[in-house]
Design a protein around this ligand. Structure first.
Ligand SMILES: Cc1ncc(COP(=O)(O)O)c(C=O)c1O
Length: 476
């Protein structure tokens, strides 16, 4: 998100010309400026539209702003509650001057910066624009070009794996992984019921059936002690998910998989950089899958990555993502493949994101700690899980509300204060495409009480104060 303009960047003196007004509007990039007299008192606002209309009426760039401004704009008094400010905002009114008792402009409210706080968002503070521009200028916009292989190399190094294969999103990374694990129609795959639906959907893409397992309370991830119960002669793989950035308990899972001859596909879509003991997630199972959707820790808009230490799996993955085309003979296809490629444009963003990955993770850690400092000891909330053996990452700061709290009411109250939040996923066994009988009390409880608060690297600590204040007041 771009930085909010300072108040001085929003001010036009009432004696200014149209040219000067335009220059100020151009610099603040808000499409509006506040017109004030010498005492700082608000006289009106001037917008792009006011200038356009003035020019169409024949006014010159030397005309005074007072001759074409909007003289009685929407304003708010200092101390107006945020809900009231939001109610005044619309597509047309996105910036409102805040005035004191003497009519002086002392602040401004902007929908994007002061009022609306999204639950997640990308942070582009490095070379993203430069690299994308290079793709456009050099015409390398599809999946050929230097950035795809650079992104793969940077990601493999980051995860400590031999191979990273870029694909179009996290869901197709899961689909390819299941094909690579030779999961066939009629087979079964063990998955946690508490995850995003893509984990289970991908299993159905290869004609197999997801078999659900409950969560365990310590990490909210698949309960490893219940996996063996779910294994049948048809089981081919297990997909542990590192939910909300916390690693699943991989040692016992790997042990079960080896004993039963199963493949392990890590769904690390939400956990870039998290460590299980010493190892980064994505490099512990046979295959790792990542998502680069816009709300993820590293984003390319849409995008995904498949990671593996197995040379054979990596080679087949590269063929399958590219229509099954032979690497030795162009336009020769030995197998049915897919177009699951990532574009050079997306990879360009990915390379720039990977250049800042440690800073992005650190910043998210600071945000995690700031939330925890505010909420620790509050009996109405339970903090995000943190197992001793894990180094979690902060994808979305997610808490559990006390049983008797009405979560929908809390979400609505936060919304009134301009703060987006989101409920934890519904357990997949409860939804029509995957309805399954079973006893999943932990997943159901986390799903019912879980609430994710705004978490993105460009958040200020002041915004966390604001969220926690609004949260605490919504819990009263
Ligand atoms: C756990 C999990 N798996 C898979 C996916 C799918 O990734 P994508 O949206 O990139 O297809 C997501 C998120 O979007 C996810 O959270």
């Amino acid at each position: 998100m771009k930085k909010p303009p300072s108040l001085t960047q929003m001010i036009v003196p009432v004696g200014a010309s149209m040219r000067e007004s335009l220059r100020i509007i151009d610099r603040n990039a808000c499409g509006i400026a506040f017109v004030v007299d010498q005492g700082g008192r608000l006289k009106g606002v001037v917008t792009d539209g006011d200038v356009r209309r003035a020019i169409l009426q024949g006014m010159l760039l030397e005309a005074r702003v007072s001759d074409f401004m909007t003289p009685d704009p929407v304003t708010v008094q200092v101390g107006t509650p945020v809900e009231k400010i939001i109610a005044l905002m619309s597509e047309r009114i996105r910036y409102i001057p805040v005035i004191d008792q003497d009519g002086r402009v002392v602040d401004h409210a902007s929908f994007t910066h002061h009022v609306h706080l999204p639950v997640a968002g990308p942070t582009f503070s490095g070379n993203e624009l430069r690299y994308v521009t290079e793709c456009v200028l050099k015409n390398w916009i599809s999946s050929q070009g230097r950035f795809v292989s650079e992104f793969e190399a940077a990601f493999a190094k980051f995860c400590g794996v031999k191979h990273a294969i870029a694909v179009s999103n996290g869901t197709v990374a899961l689909h390819l992984s299941l094909l690579l694990a030779n999961v066939k129609p009629g087979d079964e795959v063990v998955v946690p019921t508490l995850t995003f639906i893509a984990t289970a959907n991908a299993v159905t893409y290869v004609g197999a059936t997801p078999v659900f397992v409950d969560s365990e309370p310590e990490t909210w991830n698949i309960n490893e002690s219940q996996i063996e119960r779910a294994i049948t002669p048809r089981t081919k793989a297990i997909i542990p998910v590192h939910l909300y950035g916390h690693p699943a308990h991989m040692d016992p899972i790997m042990d079960i998989a080896r004993r039963h001859g199963l493949r392990v596909i890590e769904d690390a879509a939400e956990a870039h950089g998290a460590r299980y003991k010493e190892m980064r997630v994505g490099g512990i199972g046979d295959i790792g899958c990542f998502s680069f959707y816009g709300n993820k820790i590293v984003t390319t808009g849409e995008g995904g990555m498949l990671t593996t230490n197995d040379d054979g799996i990596a080679e087949r993955a590269r063929v399958l993502r590219d229509h099954g085309m032979s690497k030795a003979k162009r336009y020769w296809h030995d197998v049915i493949g897919y177009n699951y490629r990532l574009t050079n444009l997306q990879a360009a963003v990915g390379v720039a994101q990977m250049e800042q990955i440690e800073a992005l993770l650190n910043r998210r850690r600071e945000i995690h700690n700031a939330y925890t400092d505010h909420l620790v000891g509050d009996p109405r909330v339970q903090l995000p899980p943190q197992a001793k053996w894990a180094e979690r990452v902060n994808w979305l700061y997610t808490i559990l509300l006390k049983h008797e709290v009405d979560r929908d009411r809390v979400i609505a109250k936060l919304k009134q204060a301009g703060i987006d939040s989101r409920p934890v996923f519904y357990p997949i066994h409860t939804m029509p495409p995957h309805a399954q009988e079973g006893h999943f009390p932990v997943a159901e409880d986390i799903s019912r009480r879980g609430l994710s608060l705004p978490t993105f690297a460009s958040m200020g600590l002041g915004e966390i104060d604001r969220v926690c204040l609004a949260l605490k007041s919504s819990l009263q």
